[in-house]
Design a binder for this molecule. Structure first.
Ligand code: IVH
Length: 694
């Protein structure tokens, strides 16, 4: 999602928004923050910095404060994290895992203490002792012990339900599986899993060497490593943990936070270091002391946390929306510095995305030398008004890839023009409407995309070449034997070279070349799908094959369709399921001369089978059908192919547009829906007799 979509209102300060604008803006912010939450918590791959996220969150809170009546039921202020991902088992927290309110200034901390004093109605001479700790920037977790044995561990999730990570947490070195000392019968501890900076750098190096995406920062690396389906992957990751609190605690609780932390330490946990302070001056002293030390620490902290020390007061104070009144996070400002932007390079990703990277005059930001910063995309360059030669403010906010905050012109500043061609292969680069990314269209030849494209080309639903999996493709690319898909079919010319490699005995070579040979004849729809044209999945590939019948007719039509007044253009747009975006993507693909070169080669070596024309005389031609339940006389795939070859469209869900639902054994909700909507339901036998299948 691009921030630019909302740029009109973003320029207006919350105090100046009209009520109608505020309503619109709150809706946008809710949607946007939800998306960022998902990327952060579920995918462990955020696209904005923590500071940018906080700015959006604060803007939302400020607008809500001005227009309380407009606060949405799904307001981001009431949310903690994101719901657990479906791939993990779910764990309901016996005590909800709350989030912390945030403060940035001394004034906000003074307000926090005042609020506590008023709430508890304290005398002037009563002090509020605060237990102060660093705020660790990692992934939070809860771990439950029964009779001193680790029973279950979970992520925070949305604060109410988290993900089961029991097996993963056991892989963390020195994580207690059994408690020491005088532990309670039931105990749930809470803490943060994180990664040391040096371990993080080593891990990212490994990731890159293995051709995997590097992690954006140690926090993502920690969260991603903890949320692995395979615990063996977690075991290989250098994770650390600190405990900062507890959920359930069955035996009598101590009187203070500091005493509780001491007790948790006595059970064998690594507990975050805290100090007890009792006035504003000492709290600010703690914060200002830690701030410069942050750069020297081997792990990320993003602020300090202050907790009311007396537990009876914590109890009385309780929580407001999803954060306790008795604790607050005092955030550190993002680390910033100014330097010269010397040039902008374009990196081409594995899927063809062009990402601009700012090359900076090296500068130290928060203890780390920075010489590159991401600029994300063309919009970002425009939004930040970045020119080459500018003095830019660079910021690290828990992120390894620094961001550019703003730019100031110098006498040497020169405007930057985003390239129209891919720097890796020279093919045309395009930006789709409504999309932030610019992409290379030379999919078949672009060296940056070769691995992904070729893997797709040989994959099961495409050419399905046995013996040519991911690993082999990577090897053949690395050795230069394969550069484009056409090279697969001439691979046998290098037989003697390959025969010398380990693992390529006579038999496996024979099998490999036999399976390549077998795929020299290919149905048209598989070829179209294999080309990896953006937005062309299997269904669209089939649709296109049926519509154009032969490869030559398809190619000719796509070249003609570049003219939007042509009949060919109108024809492709008239197809059900093909809109302007899909059409544009296919036409661009065929328009790119480099792709055409490879296509010409492929055509020369392949025999492309024409698609069978659909049977328009069939009684089911033009009908939409849905198969449900277990079929006994054919597989699902057969049923689908049988229906499609008779001109029917096979849909995945039942709607009022469905003509027939074919219900096999144990049909469930789709059958129910068909009955409700009055859609005609056929048994498998009735369907077979309708289409004349014996
Ligand atoms: S106390 C009820 N203490 O920050 C409050 N949290 O924004 C529970 N965190 O979910 C949190 N260091 O993941 C607390 N010393 C610390 C912390 C800490 C890091 C994280 C934790 C929490 C988040 C809240």
């Amino acid at each position: 999602m691009s921030l630019l979509e909302f740029a009109d209102l973003r320029g207006i300060a919350p105090a100046e928004l009209t009520e109608a604008q505020a309503k619109e803006e709150l809706a946008c912010l809710a949607k946007e923050l939800k998306e960022h939450d998902k990327r952060y918590y579920q995918d462990d791959a955020p696209i904005i910095s923590d500071a940018e996220y906080d700015a959006l969150w604060d803007r939302n809170a400020e607008i809500e404060k001005r227009f309380p009546q407009l606060k949405r039921a799904d307001s981001p202020s009431d949310k903690v994290g994101a719901a657990p991902a479906a791939k993990f088992g779910k764990v309901k927290h016996s005590v909800p895992m709350l989030s912390l309110g945030k403060a940035h200034t001394e004034e906000e901390i003074a307000d926090f203490i005042d609020r506590i004093r008023r709430f508890l109605n304290l005398d002037e001479n009563q002090t509020v002792e605060l237990f102060c700790e660093p705020k660790i920037d990692g992934a939070s977790f809860a771990a439950r012990y029964e009779n001193g044995k680790l029973k279950q561990a979970s992520t925070r999730g949305d604060g109410v339900v988290g993900e089961d990570i029991t097996e993963n947490i056991k892989q963390i070195k020195d994580f207690p599986l059994e408690l020491k000392g005088d532990f309670p019968k039931t105990l749930e501890v809470r803490g943060e899993v994180f990664m040391h900076h040096d371990d993080f750098r080593a891990l990212n190096k490994q990731q890159e060497e293995a051709g995997e995406e590097p992690f954006a920062n140690p926090r993502n690396a920690a969260a991603g490593s903890l949320r692995q389906l395979d615990k063996n992957v977690t075991a290989e990751r250098p994770l650390q943990y600190y405990i900062y609190g507890w959920g359930e605690f069955s035996s009598p609780i101590e009187a203070t936070q500091s005493a509780m932390m001491k007790r948790l330490r006595s059970f064998g946990f690594a507990v975050v270091d805290g100090v007890l302070l009792e006035n504003m001056a000492s709290v600010m002293g703690y914060y200002n002391d830690l701030l410069p030390k942050r750069a020297q620490l081997n792990f990320d902290i993003d602020g300090t946390v202050y907790k009311v020390n007396r537990l009876d007061w914590q109890e009385r104070l309780g929580a407001v929306s999803r954060s306790p009144r008795w604790a607050i996070a005092h955030k550190f400002p993002a680390e910033q510095a100014k330097t010269i932007l010397e040039s902008i390079d374009i990196q081409v990703g594995r899927t063809g995305t062009l990402t601009p990277v700012a090359r900076l005059k090296p500068i130290t930001v928060g203890g780390v030398v920075v010489s590159n910063a991401t600029l994300h995309n063309a919009d970002e360059i425009e939004r930040k008004g970045v020119n080459i030669g500018d003095i830019v403010t660079v910021q690290r906010a828990g992120d390894v890839i620094p961001q550019i905050v703003n730019a100031e012109r110098t006498a040497n500043s020169k405007p930057y023009t985003f390239p129209t061609h891919c720097p890796a292969c020279g093919s045309i680069a395009v930006r789709e409407e409504g999309e932030a990314a610019t992409r290379c269209t030379g999919g078949l030849i672009c060296p940056a995309q070769t691995v992904e494209r070729l893997k797709h080309f040989v994959s099961r639903d495409a050419f399905d070449i046995e013996g040519l999996g991911e690993k082999q493709i990577e090897l053949f690319i690395k050795t230069g034997l394969i550069k484009t898909p056409a090279d697969i079919f001439t691979l046998e010319h290098h037989r003697s070279t390959i025969a010398e490699w380990e693992g390529y005995g006579e038999k496996s070579l024979h099998n490999l070349f036999a399976s390549i040979e077998q795929r020299r004849t290919v149905p048209l729809h598989r070829l179209i799908f294999a080309l990896g044209i953006r937005h062309v999945g299997q269904a669209t590939a089939k649709l296109l094959a049926q519509a154009y019948q032969t490869y030559d007719a398809f190619e000719k039509a796509m070249i003609e369709a570049a003219d939007q007044n042509s009949e060919a253009y109108h024809h492709i747009l008239s197809m059900d399921g093909i809109g302007e975006k899909v059409a544009a993507s296919i036409i661009e693909f065929f328009h790119e001369p480099h792709n055409r070169e490879v296509l010409t080669k492929l055509k020369a070596i392949l025999t492309v089978e024409a698609a069978e024309p659909p049977d328009t005389d069939s009684p089911v031609s033009g009908k939409t059908v849905v198969f449900t339940g277990t079929l006994t006389t054919m597989t699902r795939q057969e049923a689908k192919a049988g229906a499609e070859s008779r001109g029917a469209k096979v849909a995945g869900s039942v709607s009022s547009k469905t003509d027939y639902v074919i219900a096999g054994e144990e049909a469930g909700s789709k059958l129910k829906k068909a009955t409700e909507l009055g859609v005609k339901v056929l048994s498998e036998a009735e369907w077979n007799s309708l289409i004349g299948r014996k």
